[in-house]
Design a protein around this ligand. Structure first.
Ligand SMILES: [Zn+2]
Length: 322
């Protein structure tokens, strides 16, 4: 029962026109007891941990593992590019009010990582990638590739980290978090196996995934696809005419049928790649839109992590399969 409902119930019971039996009950338990339960209810509503995450993929981990004990807010919504994202005034307020802050780390949140590292001295601020051993990270120049959510075995390790953090911060609900994590991570493992079988249905020669930026490196490594992005690991990186020429050659040599645009990256480079290949007399289409660094709108199937992964896999398989 919500505090407001209790309040109106008290009003109704103390009203002289109320049912005499209820009135008797009220005089028996009295106002103090009702007020105490009102306070307890208010307290339990506040006892939900306020968790603020950067991406909505991390919010999915926190919401599913935290269940009813957490209230989760993601700063970066649908279509937002985390590499270039800067915190707004509203974000800073939400971060200040948070009990726990979860971010990806590995420099995904390019402009915000320094802020988080400083905040971590005073607040419960954690990167979810910290359990993944270096040997499992793809190195790219000075930094590791941050797109760990597309290898679902790595994302299960991120889930284990979120479980540890929630259990440390809120020990009284340890068991509930462990139970929730078991269900969610088991479902993730099933999806992990499904992706492998889907990719195997693409003829081996066609297992080449070309996208706007290099977000699917872990996906390719885990499920057996060669992956190329027009831009590098971060959308902040530049690419030149030489890169486009090289990609064109690969597409023509391997008779690749489709390339993909991404929801959080401008489609114009991929569109000009397609136009360039067609101008040379080869057939190439845009195979569809992939959700790479941000999920879809919250009221659509791609607005949750599993829905996003399934959409990507179906889009890739449908476009590349004979
Ligand atoms: Zn990215």
């Amino acid at each position: 029962m919500q505090p407001l409902m209790i309040y109106s119930t008290i009003n109704r019971i103390t009203d002289s026109s109320a049912n005499p039996a209820l009135k008797g009950l009220f005089s028996l338990i009295g106002l103090p007891l009702l007020l105490v339960s009102l306070l307890l209810l208010t307290f339990s509503a506040q006892a939900q941990l306020k968790v603020v995450t950067t991406t909505s993929m991390i919010a999915g981990l926190a919401q599913n593992i935290g269940g009813q004990h957490v209230e989760v807010t993601a700063l970066m919504g649908s279509g937002v590019d985390p590499h270039l994202y800067k915190a707004t005034q509203g974000d800073l307020r939400r971060l200040a009010q948070a009990d726990i802050i979860l971010y990806n780390g590995l420099h995904l949140e390019g402009k915000m990582q320094d802020v988080f590292e400083k905040m971590a001295r005073k607040k419960a601020v954690f990167p979810v990638s910290s359990l993944i051993p270096n040997s499992q990270l793809r190195q790219h120049g000075h930094f590791p590739d941050p797109h760990i959510w597309f290898d679902l075995s790595l994302w299960q390790q991120a889930g284990q980290r979120v479980l540890q953090i929630l259990q440390q911060q809120d020990p009284k609900n340890q068991q509930a978090y462990a139970d929730n994590a078991k269900v969610y991570l088991n479902e993730m493992q099933q999806l992990h196996l499904w992706i492998g079988s889907q990719v195997e249905s693409i003829p081996e020669k066609q297992r080449i995934l070309i996208t706007a930026h290099d977000a699917f490196g872990y996906f390719g490594q885990a499920y057996g696809m060669q992956v190329m992005g027009l831009q590098g690991i971060s959308t902040a990186s530049e690419f030149g005419l030489q890169d486009i020429k090289q990609l064109k050659d690969i597409i023509v040599q391997n008779q690749i049928k489709a390339v993909f645009v991404e929801s959080s990256v401008s489609p114009r480079f991929i569109q000009s790649l397609v136009a360039g290949v067609k101008a040379e007399g080869h057939d190439l289409s845009i195979g569809g839109e992939l959700y790479s660094d941000a999920m879809g709108k919250s009221d659509t199937p791609t607005g949750n992590y599993f829905g996003m992964v399934k959409h990507n896999v179906k889009t890739i398989v449908d476009a590349l399969k004979n």
